[in-house]
Design a protein around this ligand. Structure first.
Ligand code: NZQ
Ligand code: ZN
Length: 393
């Protein structure tokens, strides 16, 4: 097990009706003028936004509305909202939505707390020295951004999707009411479920040994997610199943399940290029590349893939041929993803990539071969290109 530090500064308020406490939660943290940040239309149509505004008013808080965040949140909208928030003398940001809204809110928070170009944090030219305080009302179980230190933003000028992580950006509170996710379209539930599973797998496939306890947490989380996804598919308003997915999404990405180990994150790096270049949904992009990544790297530690196959996917261990079991596990996860309606190749994602497209993706992913991605197996530019090729076939 590796040395680690762990703290979860985000207070989680979980359950029915918890969003009604939002005004008091902002007030407790000395917020007085709130930027209410939201997405396209779901929070408006469900009436959630009106209820949130009413709660803020009842708590004696003033607010400014700033919607229009798109999935794969755009830098240009972050910049507009930084200007608006400065002009309106905002002192607290409330994100009402999913990962895109939360990540955009974190970008605005960075912009308010630091001078200069906010993109420099995402392009790793500068490290943020602070972030304005933010809170979250979550409407989709997926990214884990409600408790994570990460923010992922797409630069709409360069079409680069990049992330930055810092504890400054961890939300002060996250309100998780599973009922708020009942209205999700099936496709978004599937994308979210895939993302949660991927956050578990990115951590599970590690080369660090003796991490048994967290291995067990991850195995349990993955099985719970797959089981409850099936229930939600049959009944989108099943509170208990939605609750399991919501809890899994947050617990998976708040740092607890990274304790003592080093995650891989190559599939995320591969997806970020697809998201930046083609604006694909994050979960779908991950599903399109994961199987190819897994088949490319599994020989690095066949027994870990075999353990995954047996403990998570329910395959039977073939002690004489562990490699066979490892491959069965990969195929079983791909079948699960496909059964949720996710694409398991880039073609299924809807793109016929040429060799030139693939070379461009590989260049961007590895900064023209100057950096590697992944930790389970460090992948150079040629490796990345091969994986994209496998995924494109
Ligand atoms: O814009 P609206 O109308 O709200 O619709 C959204 C959006 O179209 C819809 N939606 C959300 N809640 C809903 C709903 N529709 C009906 N009912 C509801 N209750 O769902 C669509 C997708 O929303 P989005 O916020 O994009 O989804 P998600 O939470 O999956 O976030 C994806 C983003 O998070 C980033 C991804 O890269 C992607 O940009 N990630 C952020 C991470 C982090 N900060 O730690 C880690 C992740 O790995 C991920 O990279
Ligand atoms: Zn993710």
């Amino acid at each position: 097990m590796l040395n680690f530090e762990y703290a979860l500064p985000t207070r989680i308020l979980f359950g029915r009706g918890m969003e009604n406490r939002v005004g008091q939660e902002v007030k407790k943290r000395n917020g007085s003028r709130v930027l209410v940040h939201y997405g396209g239309k779901s929070a408006v149509e469900s009436g959630l936004l009106d209820r949130v505004c009413q709660c803020l008013e009842e708590a004696g808080l003033s607010y400014v509305l700033a919607g229009g965040v798109r999935p794969n949140p755009r830098l240009s909208r972050v910049e507009e909202c930084i200007r608006l928030a400065r002009q309106e003398k905002v002192d607290f940001i409330l994100a009402v939505g999913g990962g895109s809204v939360i990540d955009s809110a974190k970008g605005i928070g960075y912009g308010l707390a630091n001078e200069g170009d906010v993109w420099e944090f995402y392009s790793r030219k500068r490290i943020p020295a602070g972030c304005a305080p933010l809170g979250v009302i979550l409407t989709i179980a997926a990214s884990g951004s409600e408790t994570s230190d990460g923010s992922v933003v797409t630069n709409d000028r360069s079409r680069l999707k990049r992330d930055v992580g810092s504890d400054y950006a961890r939300p002060k509170f996250a309100i998780l009411n599973p009922e708020l996710t009942f209205s999700l379209p099936e496709y978004q539930t599937s994308c979210g479920t895939t993302d949660i599973l991927m956050h578990a797998m990115e951590r599970y496939f590690t080369t660090v040994h003796n991490v048994e306890l967290v291995d067990g947490f991850l195995e349990s989380l993955m099985k719970t997610v797959m089981h409850n996804f099936r229930i939600v598919l049959g009944n989108p308003a099943d509170y208990d199943a939605r609750a399991e997915l919501m809890l899994a999404g947050s617990f998976c990405h708040n740092g607890l399940l990274t304790c003592g180990r080093k995650g891989d994150w190559a599939s995320h790096a591969l997806e970020h290029e697809l998201g930046g270049m083609y604006d694909v949904a994050h979960g779908a992009g991950l599903a399109a590349v994961w199987g190819s990544w897994a088949r490319y790297v599994y020989r690095t530690d066949v027994m870990r893939f075999a353990q995954f196959a047996v403990n998570v996917m329910g395959c039977v261990m073939d002690f004489g041929q562990p490699e066979k079991t490892a491959l069965e596990g990969i195929a079983a996860m791909e079948r699960f993803m496909a059964s949720t309606g996710m694409p398991v190749s880039i073609r299924e994602l809807g793109y016929e990539l040429t060799d030139r497209d693939i070379a461009r993706l590989a260049d961007s992913c590895t900064d023209h071969g100057t950096k590697t991605v992944g930790a389970f197996r460090k992948l150079g530019r040629e490796d990345v290109e091969k994986i994209y090729k496998m995924a494109a076939e």
